[in-house]
Design a protein around this ligand. Structure first.
Ligand code: NAD
Length: 333
């Protein structure tokens, strides 16, 4: 049976990626929605044929516990709201998919994991790239040492934020937890970790210059950081809201690889020292949600579990700690 998913938060990502993807998934379907905006509820109900009994708002959301159509709650809200809605979904005995970054503090991420454990539900993070063939190849090249031991990693991810974004939650620290590092840099953190097959032991970081103070009052405009792995391998990373950048590279003893564009939804390209990477561009969110629904149905944890989300939040927080301390080396506990 197809598992029913309820999307919480009908913003850009739900509207343009997840809902269309849920029209193509085989193991799950769009069964319900949770929104604070009545006009969105009406529009989605008409477009996707969602019954009234599967439409919730933020106040009556907890009643979803009684709804047999909903197996999975997918949290697609501003970062700082992930914890509350993941915990409420877990208490309503629903499996949870939570968007990245999992949370805006280590404590929140831990509370989310605990709530899911206590209520016997699975928690997965919306890390779509684990389902993408280009990134799966990078994991294989790095982790299986196809070209020998990895020697260095480089990763950049960012976009130029429009001047009309001054009221966006992305530049509001309370709702975002931080700037481009939380939003885009997390892909570089992930890329370095899955190239190595492990977490770094320490990080160092530095905030970039603020050239648009009217927009970046509360969060960084850009940030560069290094992740240091056990065997001395360094990942050099950069993330920004000032320019488009989109890259994941690795060098090893006997070869190299490069994805660029690496992280967007479409148009990925890859090369290795042996030639072009020949993979199709797939609808990642279809594969991601089908994969997560299948693992939940089989009682298995997802390949991108909440524990991985927590690991990454710890790394993100260590990067900020280092940058605030002027580049001090911060060990990851
Ligand atoms: P968005 O601003 O387009 O949508 C946010 C939604 O949350 C809106 O529907 C808004 O009405 C609702 N909301 C409820 N309370 C809010 C509040 N207090 N302030 C602001 N909005 C509020 O954002 P988005 O781009 O859809 O991002 C949502 C989440 O999805 C974020 O955590 C983001 O990191 C993640 N995301 C992931 C990917 C990916 O590729 N995995 C891509 C985009 C976004």
């Amino acid at each position: 049976r197809k598992l029913g998913i309820a999307l919480v938060g009908l913003g850009g990502y739900s509207t343009n990626q997840l809902a269309p993807a849920l029209q193509e998934t085989k193991n799950c379907y769009l069964a319900g929605i949770v929104t604070g905006t009545p006009s969105k509820a009406e529009a989605w109900k008409a477009k996707y044929n969602i019954p009234d009994k599967n439409i919730y708002n933020y106040q009556n959301f907890d009643q979803i516990i009684d709804n047999k159509d909903i197996d999975i709650v997918y949290v697609v809200l501003p970062n700082a709201m992930h914890a509350e809605y993941t915990i409420r979904a877990a208490k309503a005995k629903k499996h949870v998919i939570c968007e990245k970054p999992m949370a805006t503090s280590v404590e929140d991420a831990q509370r989310m994991l605990e709530a899911c454990r206590e209520n016997n539900v699975h928690l997965a993070i919306g890390y779509r790239l684990h389902y993408d063939p280009f990134h799966q190849r990078v994991m294989e090249l790095g982790q299986n040492q196809v070209f020998g031991k990895v020697q260095s990693i480089k990763s950049h991810n960012g976009f130029a934020m429009g001047s009309g974004s001054s009221n966006s939650w992305r530049v509001d620290r309370e709702r975002s937890g931080g700037g481009p590092l939380m939003d885009m840099g997390i892909y570089c953190v992930q890329g370095a970790c899955y190239t190595m097959g492990k977490a770094p032991v320490a990080v160092t970081a530095k905030f970039g210059e603020v050239t648009r103070p009217e927009l970046f009052k509360e969060v960084e405009q850009s940030i560069s950081w290094q992740m240091e792995f056990e065997n001395g391998v360094i990942a050099n990373c950069h993330s920004s809201y000032a320019q488009r950048e989109d890259l994941l590279e690795g060098t090893a003893e006997k070869g190299w690889w490069r994805l660029g564009p690496a992280f967007g939804y479409e148009g990925k390209q890859g090369q290795t020292s042996q030639g072009k990477m020949d993979y199709p561009n797939i609808f990642e969110q279809v594969k991601q949600m089908d994969g997560q629904a299948e693992s939940f149905r089989n009682g298995q944890p997802s390949i991108v579990p909440g524990e991985m989300g927590l690991r990454d939040v710890k790394i993100l927080m260590a990067i900020y700690e280092s940058a605030r301390a002027g580049g001090k080396r911060v060990e990851i506990s």
